[in-house]
Each structure stands twice: as structure tokens, then as C-alpha cells.
Design a protein around this ligand. Sequence first.
Ligand code: COA
Length: 536
Amino acid sequence: MNALVTKIDTSSKEFTDRKIRYKDIVGTYNKNIDSVCYNSDEKSVQRHKSRGKLLARDRINLLVDPGTPFLELSALAAFNMHNNSFPSAGIITGIGVIHGIETIIVANDATVKGGTYISETIKKHLRAQEIAKQNNLPCVYMVDSGGVFLPDQAKVFPDKFDFGRIFFNQARLSAAGIPQISIVMGSCTAGGAYIPAMSDETIIVRNQGTIFLAGPPLVKAATGETVTAEELGGAIVHTEKSGVADHIAESDEHALQICRNIFESLPRTERQYVDRQMEYVEPEYPAEELYGILPVSTREQVDPREIIMRIVDGSRFHEFKTNYAPTLVTGFAHVMGYPVGIIANNGILFSESALKGTHFIELCNFRKIPILFLQNITGFMVGKTYENAGIAKDGAKMVHAVATANVPVFTFIIGGSHGAGNYAMAGRAYDPRLLFMVPAAKISVMGGEQAANVLISIKEEQLKKSGKEINEEEKIQLRDSILKKYEEEGSAYYSTARLWDDGIVDPADFRKTIAMGISISLNKKFPEPRSGVYRM
Ligand code: COA
């Protein structure tokens, strides 16, 4: 493979200015992350600690193998929602390594409204279980939760993908041979009691963990019985009488150690073989330079090779169909030794780009090489020439190939993500194993400017029918309100708060995030492709 060579002058003023601007954007992102990682509700943090409990992220740090990274997911879930009173949606999820086994970890944050579940908490919990299923990863649940956030019950209780789905998933995951382990480190009430009860193996902390379907106040109200929480469902009750839990721990630290001991007896998965190069080299250009290159507005098109050469090993890239359909760049490379097929936007999608993308996905399917999509796309080409030539059917081929790819797919939204370009480039609906956005990324059905124009012309047509006209002032008002709405709803923060992605990522961390994603995906064998490679 040849190494890519940059065409960017990194000493130019343009590059330096862009870098400063992007660093600002990343600085804001880091501040936002700090604001959720260090809960500002000091009173509840102190109360939590005074009970001898560790904070959720500290629990995770003690559970995973020392020196191994924890890939936290959706840290900014519920960001700028609910008056920011649910940092990280009150739950920490991610992938960590326990005794060498890549594992999904789900930890309630009891300092956030008693660890209760709002809609985003549930979405985050279910997404973690979905990742466990797709990649064959054991799950550890660190339970410390008051269950459903009662004022929001209509949004979290009754529907298919609401609270009950957590337990459904546990049963299905366990039946698929994916271990389910619970550590009860606090309250575990009502529906929440089913998390440990549905687990393969459960640990509970003495004088701290409780499991019951109804707490003492409800029991009193329902039956008149007066009982303490400990008598009703404490650690001694469940490890000596009821059998709801299997191991008693003396503290958080002890419980985490027991959990690690459990992992010593878990079966190892048979990993998918890929030809990983154990001795790999870093890219020839520093990742920091990405700050001076990545787009900060939807209108900017950046040659994706400039990004690829700052991500892949030795900046080496074997490009496929270089001169055909140049608005889509495709080719093979390695990231931290793992082979990867890359599909990156270099402009709008045409029929030929869709055919090129489809052909390339087929190659990856056959070679069992995971695919990385680098999305920066305004959409497919529009207009009579293109429609008449059948761009819809060519676009459909790529969408079809993405939807049925038999290798793991990863999506990084590095610029804009709009229109059917989002679908063809493995948007959320196409089940990428992981989907991350950069802090400056934008996602919406179309750009704000285009949406405003469409809506103004619809309004004009409507009024024309009744012999009226839209005046300039109304036009400006309509345009401004649409632009404002799209600006807000299209931001990476809006997306990540609602779990449309798995988190925002600092471009400097692209390499390790991609490598971790591929490593995780190898826990499940890739199925065989179902057809040959069609030349498009
Ligand atoms: N719904 C809504 N809010 C809840 C809640 C619930 N199920 N459980 C706790 N909260 C809120 C409290 O109102 C309080 O809010 P505030 O900080 O705005 O005052 C916060 O969470 C902390 O609760 P608090 O009772 O002060 O903390 P604690 O650590 O002593 O106890 C619980 C935590 C979860 C053990 C306790 O609040 C509890 O038992 N809650 C009820 C659980 C329940 O019956 N759930 C059934 C739903 S399925």
C-alpha cells in the first residue's frame, strides 16, 4: 500500500485559523463533558459518599482491568434537556475489559434523582444491551436505582421499548449465551428488582443493597405490614433466605472483586479471525492536524484523503476506483493493525458513486473486512437528468448493500449528515455497530437554508391558490425561524442528547475509538455473504 501525501500547507494562515477555531469547539465539548462527569449536585454526591458508596464512574474504574480503556457511550445523553437535571441521563454505559473479556457495563448514578429512569435513561440502557447482542458481549449491571422516574411514567412504562424491555433483553441475551451479571449496590425497587432477579449471577452489598418489588412505605399502605428495608429485601435476606442473590459483599470494592472473580469462569468467545498486523506504525501526520482540516460548516467539502491519512497506520491507503465517481472515496487500510475498508464522502452522491460504494461493500463482505463510513454528505444529486437516469435505483443499491452488509459497520459523522446520504452512508437506522459524531457535525433531513427555501415556496404556492402573496417580511420571518430551528436541532449536542448516536468524539481519538470498535466486533463471527460480487 502506498502512503498518502498531504496537499495541505500546515504553516498557512488558513490552516492555523481553522485549527484555532476547531480547538475552541473541542474545548467547549470538553467543558460539557466535565459538566456531566462531575455532578454539580454536591449535596447528593456527599450523601452518597457518606453512605460508604463509590461514585458510578469510580466503580467502573475499579471493575475493569488496570490500564485498559473504558469506551464510554453517550456521556451527553439528556444534555440540555430536563433543565440539565439528569447528567448523562443518570446512567453510565460503555465497554470495558474485565479479565481480558470485552464487556458492556451499565451503572446507575444514584446521585442523579436516586438513579431513576427517564426516557433517555431507558434508551441508553437498551442501546447498551443492543451492543451486547450485536457483538456477543457479557453485561454487568451495577444497580443503584429507584426505578422509574414516577412523574414521567407515561413516557417510560408502557411502550415496547420502555422499562420492561430491559428485562426482556436480559432473558434473550442470557438465552443466547451472553452472561448477565448484576451487582446490587443500592436500591433496586419495583421493576428494577428484575435486573438482579433476571441475571445469571448476582452480588449484593451488605447493609447497602436492597431488592424488593415494593418498598416499606408501599407495603405499609397496601397491607399494613411494618417492615424495614433490610428485613424486606436486604443482602442477608436475599443471600440466606430468598436466593434472589448469590454472593454477599462487605463493600463496593468487595462486590467489584467478586464480579471480577466471576469473570474468571466465563467462557471465552470464539473470535472472528482478521489478519491483524501486530506491529503497526502511527500515521505519518499527527491527529492534531485534523483540527485544521475537518469541516466546521455543512457547506465545506474536505478531501477525505486528508482525514484518512491522519487516521490510518502509516497513512497507507489502497484506493479502489480512484478515478471513477470521485465524490466517493473508497479503499483499504489498517487502524492499529486492524484491517478496515473505508468509504468517505468527497462531495454529493451521484449514481456512479452509489454503484462504486455498493461494489466496495461487496468486496468487504467477501474479504471479511469491517467497514468505516466517514460521513460528510449533503445528499444525492437532484434534477431531471439524474432522476431520468435512475439515480433512485442506484442509490437504492447502496442503501440495500449497507443494510445487508455481513461485516460490522462503523460510522463517524465528520461533517454534515443529510438526506438519503445519511442512509447510504450507514446512518443510525442502518445499524452501524457504533456511530459517533464530531462536535461540529450537523445532522438533519436537509440543510436549514434548503428547508427554508422549500417551505417558503410551498407557502407561496398555497397563497397563490387563494389569490394572495407572501410579503417580504413574512418570508424573512419564516426563513429565520426555520434556520434557527435547524441550527438547534441539527447540532451534534441535540443528536447525542437524544441517543441518535453513541456519543461525540474528539477527532484526536478517532484511531483508538475505531480500533476498539473493530476489536469489540470480533467477539461475534461474521456471517457468510449471500451472493457473489456484482460488478456495478
Ligand atoms: N421517581 C421520581 N423521583 C424519585 C424517585 C422516583 N421513583 N425515587 C427517588 N426520586 C427522587 C427524589 O424525589 C429526590 O429528588 P430531589 O433530589 O429532587 O429531592 C431524589 O430522587 C433522591 O431521592 P431520596 O429519597 O432523597 O434519596 P435516597 O438516596 O435516600 O433514596 C431511593 C433513593 C431511590 C432509594 C428512594 O428515593 C426511593 O425509595 N424511591 C422510590 C422508589 C420507588 O418506589 N420506585 C418505584 C418506581 S418503579
